[in-house]
Design a protein around this ligand. Sequence first.
Ligand SMILES: [Zn+2]
Ligand SMILES: [Zn+2]
Length: 271
Amino acid sequence: MYTDSHCHPENKRFDSDRPEIFARAKAAGVTTLLAIGNGDGPGSGTFDCAIKLAEQFDGVYATVGIHPHEAALAKQGDFDELLELARHPKVVAWGEIGLDYYYDHSPREVQQSVFLQQMELARAAKLPIVIHCRPSDNSTNAWDDTLSLLRENWASSGLGGVMHCFGGTVDHARASLDIGFVISFAGNITFPKAQNIRDAATVVPDDRMFLETDSPYLAPGPYRGKRNEPAFVTEVAKRVAELRGVSSEEIGHQTSANFRAFFRIKPAESQ
Ligand SMILES: [Zn+2]
Ligand SMILES: [Zn+2]
């Protein structure tokens, strides 16, 4: 049994075969999925995209939030709408939110203020947050800012969160664990240059780890360059299992149990 803790099944690249994607995930033993609800961002009318899928498919849970890429488009009305949507029973986290200094699609100071505003909303909604953190090349800038903003503005909430598609160092993993975060590993752990991620995967405690695909993006090793899908989380499990000297099934079972415990999901709810 496996859990994909972060995917984008509403993405247009799944429009032609979405039900098959969910069926293939189930057939591969991927029984639980967290659908990320950023959609096409503010003004697009798609903030409920993950909720719609969670209502339609068993074992699918949802988030709401504004991605740092689209931070510059955010208006007050968007925050009000998100807070309302966050009350849906299948919304288990706020995200993905954070800082992306690699693409810089929105100015950094705007990304920071929208990140801060959403931390306040998540606190009001009593939801953990899903963090997207991507620094510039050969820099730790987004990590430095993300961790300091979280320490000052989020750690005291006690709600914790998920470092999605973890791409930092062992030190970044430890700093994240220290403030109540879970580390989620994705297909980039299979990439030849990602030794930092493989190192981190050997130090994270068993009960503080998730697996994800970030599909349709970031296909793991054997599928690199192709469209990714939730079923391929088994490839991430395989790599993490090798690194930790256990079986893929064990990693799948452990990370699924971690997911249910963190989001307080009863086993009977995820079929
Ligand atoms: Zn992301
Ligand atoms: Zn994502």
